[in-house]
Design a binder for this molecule. Sequence first.
Ligand code: 5RP
Length: 220
Amino acid sequence: MSEAKRLAAEAALKYVEDGMIVGVGTGSTVAYFIDGLARIKHQIKGTVSSSEQSTAALKAHGIDVFDLNEVGELSLYVDGADECDGAKNLIKGGGAALTREKIIAEASKQFVCIIDPSKQVKYLGKFPLPVEVIPMARSLVARTLVKMTGGQPVWRMKDETSPIITDNGNYILDLHGLQIADPAGLEAKLNQIPGVVTVGLFAQRAADVVIVGGEPPVEF
Ligand code: 5RP
């Protein structure tokens, strides 16, 4: 699938215009986009990054990374996804960067999502839904998620003893066993649980354009 990811990322470069500050997502598909951005880095003003991982890659290419607070609204955000339905609703957060990703998506006029064909689904939910939680609320949120959805939350771990810590110092619960009929409704409902920082459903602010990598890439 890496060739499909690369083709999707390359196709997204045509949305980059001279002088832009580009919002940059996180993940292996975005890594190809960053490589492409490096080739045209003299045409752009810089970037806003959604993770420490992407910031490191952008800086390694000599691309400026700005604080979102300094730049206001962005014209373009390019990011990958873990699942995408026909209405461009997404599940994101497989790379644990969902909170900053959601902030940048919200701050951007156009959100271009780059995926390989394996990410396309009829209903979201086969990929476990990432939920970023404040550490002290982990167990409370897990119990509430079970009651509200019937799904099974799993605390995301780096290894047997250490949990994944997000760039914001929080934990991730991956909610298994969902078939999501109303993504925007579920996003709104889960956002209300005290201790939830971000739900990895991008439906209230879905993608504007999806590029599925292939020869040729398909856009919808
Ligand atoms: C990171 C994300 C990524 O966009 C998502 O996990 C897809 O990653 P990849 O491009 O490596 O398949 O949401 O938090």
